[in-house]
Design a protein around this ligand. Sequence first.
Ligand code: SF4
Length: 322
Amino acid sequence: MSKKTVLEVNDLSTHYMTSKGDVRGLDDASFEIKRGEALGLAGESGCGKSTLAFSLLKMVQPPGKIVKGTIDLDGIEVTKLTEKQARKKIRWNKISMVFQGAMDILTPVYTVGQQMKEPLKYHKGIEGKEAREICVEYLDLVDLDAELFDRYPHELSGGQKQRVIIATALLMEPDVVILDEPTTALDVVVEARIMNDLKRLKKELDNSSIFITHDLSILAEVSDKLAIMYAGWIIEIGSALDIYHDPKHPYTEKLMAAIPTLHEDIDRLEYIPGAPPDLIRPPSGCRFHPRCHKAFDKCREEVPADRMVDGVRVKCHLYPED
Ligand code: SF4
């Protein structure tokens, strides 16, 4: 039986209005996530990954604004919600986020437990002993002892703090959890433990997740589906396995070639020359054309439409349009 779609995004665009012009942080993003599915979002810094995440939570701050598109989160149209409605209806209980550098967001003057209990009280009116029991259950889920509930953040290691944040994000059993660079600040041993925890939790809880990282080797571990972003566009999206084994977009090809491997004798790692474009005045036609090794005349003139190639959606003139 096919699984239910929990999140459907169509033509979503989010821009930042500045005195120099509109920064096109995200343009025409479309995708869906089914229950239990993990979507990996990858691309260079500034490609729109975090803008997309903040848009899904309706948390884009001025001068940023969702200018177009729809976000259907389990039947709720997120773009139409006021700030108060978004806080009450979707954040934490329908969609939650582990922010970049999340371990630094714990307030030093409150215990772990005081901070974890907040969303339970706000959304479900659960307090006292019952709230404690639920929090301890989720601490256990991320492999942390119950005694951490009464500790202050400075008494925890970086990995423990990160797991507290992950436990808190799961506490309200949201349909979708967004993890923005969940292991970036951690050493490789702690990173591996947390990634194993996340893989186990995905099986146990059957929730949907969005992993954001520029580290493609991490996404290979956890994603069912992969979306590659460049300059505010999703330029390739499809099954993670298909994209790993046979990337279609020239940008994805180069990204994959830049992953170091232990087993192959490589003299030199691949890299992509140049820098991401200015998103106030992005390049004409395909935004990747100034850096693309396969660019031809049409790429400089026409914005490529999305097309399906072997089950993967690709934004590139190299392939025939549907
Ligand atoms: Fe390269 Fe052209 Fe494809 Fe853009 S549309 S990725 S410039 S080949």
